[in-house]
Ligand binder design. Structure first.
Ligand SMILES: [Zn+2]
Length: 175
């Protein structure tokens, strides 16, 4: 990961160390974009002593290129993805801030890779994987809206690539 824990002691090499007991395993309670997506603020809870602390993990941003279905390339646009998610998740009760978290996590994942090119369909898959744990309704709606996107705006790709995703098999019947 290209993350820097700004709470860390200078020169420390541990990742997300508990400020109370120095344990290095914690669980994330909440993620929030900060600094216009260039860093992620996380509330964490130490798995050893339950101490709660906040980290600001800075993303080392390198431009990500999205390869669209038609072969065209364009810069990854987080607001475009967020807009698509918001549209798909209207009236599902999902808080917009949670969708921002989806985009944050997705961008972090892309930034953590060695390659800087990603297929648009893969972005769609990653977004669906995140939604899967949040709301079945949102998941299904995103999947269906996202098909329209594909034919209308050629934005994100098909569900084909989701075949390895266990959930998609049952969804295929629904859709
Ligand atoms: Zn601790």
């Amino acid at each position: 990961m290209f993350c820097l824990n700004l709470n860390n002691f200078p020169g420390g090499t541990q990742g997300m160390q508990c400020p109370s007991c120095q344990h290095t395993d914690s669980r994330v309670l909440e993620s929030r974009s900060a600094d216009i997506g260039r860093s992620v603020r996380r509330r964490r809870e130490c798995l050893n002593c339950d101490f709660r602390f906040t980290t600001y993990e800075r993303v080392e941003t390198v431009p990500i290129t999205v390869v669209k279905r038609n072969g065209n390339r364009e810069a990854f646009n987080r607001s475009k993805l967020l807009h698509g998610l918001l549209r798909a998740c209207e009236k599902t009760g999902l808080e917009p801030s949670r969708l921002e978290t989806v985009v944050d996590e997705l961008e972090l994942e892309l930034q953590g890779r060695s390659g800087r090119e990603v297929a648009s369909r893969e972005i769609g898959e990653l977004a669906l994987q995140q939604l899967a744990g949040m709301s079945d309704v949102a998941y299904i709606r995103f999947a269906s809206v996202y098909r329209q996107f594909q034919s209308v705006a050629d934005f994100v790709a098909t569900l084909d690539g989701l075949s390895q995703h266990p959930r998609s098999k049952s969804l295929a019947a629904v859709l």
